[in-house]
Structures are given as structure tokens and as C-alpha cells.
Design a protein around this ligand. Structure first.
Ligand SMILES: C[S@@+](CC[C@H](N)C(=O)[O-])C[C@H]1O[C@@H](n2cnc3c(N)ncnc32)[C@H](O)[C@@H]1O
Length: 275
């Protein structure tokens, strides 16, 4: 199947993923395009609201200071504690290997890209003068709307990854110096702005992930891996069954570094079937 035919077949699945309109109460427009088209409204009630620690509050600071992952991230020089989510997933499932081509969607401030670059470009020799020689194969392309402080061995694409122009830039980079424009692994920790309303946040992230997946089906090698973040909610099971049609193995994983009270969860989709 060609890439375009594949994307069309993926898009046919999208209405199934976004068929949540019947479950929602009335009174509020969701950000899901399918539902907006159908003029579906939902009502926000306080029972849907998820309380989270707000940055800067004493509650947030106390939790932050007591968090062992925060201490480890300073000790090991990672940009943020979320680095450990990828480290734990990869240590268990071995998705990132030396010499791979990897795309990180929603990469800022860059800790996932940092972890990916360490594993794609391992140290192959440490010289007596203290200098280190890294393996040179592979590429890490980090895409985000926000520019972040550059990282060694990571190339940045600044833009919205749902925008065709940004997607073209990523494809051009994947092709540069390689025989094709395909990636071995795509990781996506992108987040939409949180409203604090569980289902609303779940729907907006679902919509973003659907756009990301359509792009991923164009750039992923057959057999490739797609790891992405979701928020738990009513669409999880539909997302799971859809992903299973396109990937040989799909696991839902919650690494220990992801806080128990957080609604985030990760989809690890292996063995892309675009043959
Ligand atoms: C939770 S942060 C990612 C953290 C990153 N994995 C790390 O470990 O440093 C989510 C990022 O997704 C980005 N994002 C969300 N939607 C995006 C889009 N459509 N295009 C590009 N970036 C996006 C946001 O700008 C934000 O920087």
C-alpha cells in the first residue's frame, strides 16, 4: 500500500475514534473537529474537574522538592523529570538503538531528545585526554512550536507538527544524507493546554494525536515504532483498537516516573504494518 493510500485508510478510522458525541452532556463545544462539525455540545460540571498542583503554589513546591525524580534529573543533567519516563519505557521495551533515525514531536524543553541522542549516538571510545568519541550514524529531529536551548546531536524544527510545511521540513531532514525519508522511531510527548476538565483535556489531546498519527504513517518505516502520550478517558479503547490495525503490537504503558494521580498514559505501538 502506498503512503497516501495508507493515510486514507487511517483517516477512515478517525470517525470511529472520535465518536464520543453521544456520551457527552450539553453546553460546551469540544475542540474535536468531528464533533464541532456535528455541532455537539458538552456541559462542564465540577465533577469532571481534575485538581492538579498549580505551578508556584506551596503545594506544588512541596511536591516538587520531595520528588526523587526531580533530584535525579538535576544530578544527571536532564532538562526535566520527564526524561525518566522515556528512560524507563526504553529500558523495559528497548525501542531506541544506536544509529536509528528518530523524530520527537512536541520536544521542548528537550529532555526526551536528550535521552534519545544519548542512546542513538553512544560513546564508542573515551580517549586518555578525557575526550569522548561518539558513534556518528543516525539522527534525532526534535520538533516543537517553541525553540529550546540547543542540545548536542539534536536538530530542531520549529513549528507546529500538524502543519504541512513543518512536516515537509522534517521529511527533508530525514532524507538528508540517508537513502530514504523514513524514521525508525517517532516519539510524541506533546501536550495540549490543560483546562483541568478531564474529558475536555482528553478530547483535545486525542485530536492532536490523530493529526500526529496521520503524519507518522507517512514517515515511519515498516516495522517502526510510535510512542505517544494520551490522557485516559472515554476514547482510549477506540484508540487502542485502531492502533492495533496499523501496528503489530500495541501496549499501554505507565512508567513509574509518571505520577499515579496524572491522567497521562503512554501508547507504545511497535511493528508498523505499512507494507
Ligand atoms: C510536555 S511538553 C514535552 C516535554 C518533552 N518531552 C521533554 O521531555 O522535554 C509538550 C510540548 O508539546 C508541544 N506541542 C504541543 N502541540 C504541538 C504541536 N501541534 N506542534 C508542535 N509542538 C507542540 C508544546 O509546545 C510543549 O513544548
Amino acid at each position: 500500500m502506498t503512503s497516501n493510500a495508507f493515510c486514507r485508510s487511517f483517516l477512515k478510522e478517525v470517525p470511529k475514534i472520535c465518536s464520543f458525541q453521544t456520551k457527552l452532556p450539553q453546553g460546551f463545544h469540544t475542540s474535536c473537529q468531528m464533533c464541532v462539525k456535528r455541532k455537539v455540545r458538552i456541559r462542564i460540571s465540577s465533577k469532571n474537574f481534575v485538581e492538579t498542583a498549580i505551578k508556584g503554589t506551596p503545594q506544588f513546591i512541596a511536591r516538587h522538592l520531595a520528588d526523587p525524580y526531580v533530584k535525579r534529573r538535576f544530578a544527571q543533567g536532564y532538562r526535566c523529570r520527564s526524561a525518566f519516563k522515556l528512560i524507563e519505557i526504553d529500558n523495559e521495551h528497548k525501542i531506541i538503538k544506536p544509529g536509528m533515525k528518530l523524530v520527537d514531536l512536541g520536544a521542548s524543553p528537550g529532555s526526551w531528545s536528550q535521552v534519545a541522542a544519548e542512546r542513538i549516538f553512544p560513546i564508542i571510545r573515551s580517549d586518555s585526554d578525557g575526550s569522548e568519541v561518539l558513534s556518528t550514524d543516525g539522527i534525532v529531529i526534535a520538533c516543537d512550536r517553541s525553540r529550546f536551548t540547543p542540545l548536542p546531536n539534536v536538530v530542531q524544527v520549529i513549528g507546529d507538527f500538524t502543519d504541512p510545511q513543518t512536516q515537509k521540513q522534517i521529511q527533508d531532514m530525514l532524507r538528508e544524507g540517508f537513502s530514504d525519508d523514513k524514521a525508525d522511531v517517532v516519539i510524541c510527548d506533546a501536550a495540549t493546554n490543560s483546562t483541568g476538565f478531564h474529558e475536555q483535556d482528553h478530547f483535545s489531546l486525542t485530536k492532536l494525536i490523530i493529526s500526529a498519527t496521520v503524519f507518522v504513517t507517512k514517515i515511519l518505516k515498516p516495522g517502526g515504532t510510535f510512542l505517544f502520550k494520551m490522557r485516559t478517558g472515554s476514547e482510549i479503547q477506540k484508540m487502542l483498537s485502531t492502533m492495533k490495525r496499523f501496528f503489530g503490537k500495541v501496549h499501554i504503558v505507565k512508567p513509574p516516573a509518571s505520577r499515579t494521580e496524572s491522567t497521562e498514559t503512554y501508547f507504545l505501538c511497535k511493528n508498523f504494518k505499512n507494507k
